[in-house]
Design a protein around this ligand. Structure first.
Ligand SMILES: C[S@@+](CC[C@H](N)C(=O)[O-])C[C@H]1O[C@@H](n2cnc3c(N)ncnc32)[C@H](O)[C@@H]1O
Length: 212
């Protein structure tokens, strides 16, 4: 399987979308996502580094893995403007460039929708976390079964969406895969984001924590 992630158009659009989402409440979700973390953290699919500024001072260092070249450059620039705790590297979730049992926490936000092999990515996350380590996640997920929303997600995922949105799928059952991964779910919040009056295809989200 190719490990290349090359989405030049999406990579140039995503920072604008991310900024818009952050203005609509995303910043608060990012802050919550990393609140209370300590020690060594691996962030997977870091994008342009929108979570970087929110890591608490109890985090000693962050290995930020980003496979898309343009986004990785933006993340490197952002990390360079911060306090030296964040190192940005190339790599994919399905084969993390990290030793086993080497992190206290792993962070994913809006990434498991896009990886090529979600079970493999979760297995890798488990591998690099130390015993008792924690995965923090903020992800958009499948709408409830047998709803118009779910049907729309299935239609989009089998047609244009993954091509225009950098490999993203609107309706993955990420929660089921986290449960199947052997990680122990300890916190789960379901939310609609962005909280617009009319739902958008990606509005069902989950945020939470799972332990090794
Ligand atoms: C929607 S963006 C989210 C970026 C960032 N996590 C955030 O919260 O703004 C999806 C990210 O996943 C990355 N990605 C796609 N496939 C990946 C893979 N197989 N492994 C790791 N990251 C991947 C993309 O390059 C992109 O940075």
């Amino acid at each position: 399987m190719s490990e290349q992630v090359h989405h030049p158009l999406f990579a140039r659009l995503w920072p604008r979308v991310a900024r818009q989402l952050d203005r609509s409440g995303g910043t608060d979700h990012r802050r919550e996502l990393v609140a209370g973390l300590e020690g060594r953290v691996i962030e997977i699919g870091a994008g342009e580094g929108s979570n970087f500024a929110h890591y608490p001072t109890t985090v000693t260092d962050v290995l930020a893995v980003e496979p898309e070249a343009h986004l990785r450059r933006l993340a490197e620039q952002r990390a360079a403007r911060l306090d030296g705790r964040i190192r940005v590297v190339d790599g994919v979730a399905e084969r993390l460039p990290a030793e086993s049992d080497s992190f206290d926490a792993a962070v994913v936000s809006l990434v498991l929708c896009s990886v090529r092999d979600q079970p493999a990515a979760l297995e890798e996350i488990r591998r690099v976390l130390r015993p008792g380590g924690r995965l923090r996640f903020f992800e958009h997920v499948a709408a409830p079964p047998a709803t118009a929303h779910r049907w729309l997600q299935q239609l989009l995922d089998s047609t244009l969406w993954p091509q225009v949105a950098g490999g993203c799928h609107t309706g993955r059952d990420t929660l089921a895969n986290i449960r199947r991964s052997g990680l122990r779910l300890t916190q789960l919040e379901r939310l609609r984001f962005p909280a617009t009056r009319l739902p958008v295809p990606t509005s069902p989200h989950i945020r939470g924590e799972a332990l090794v």
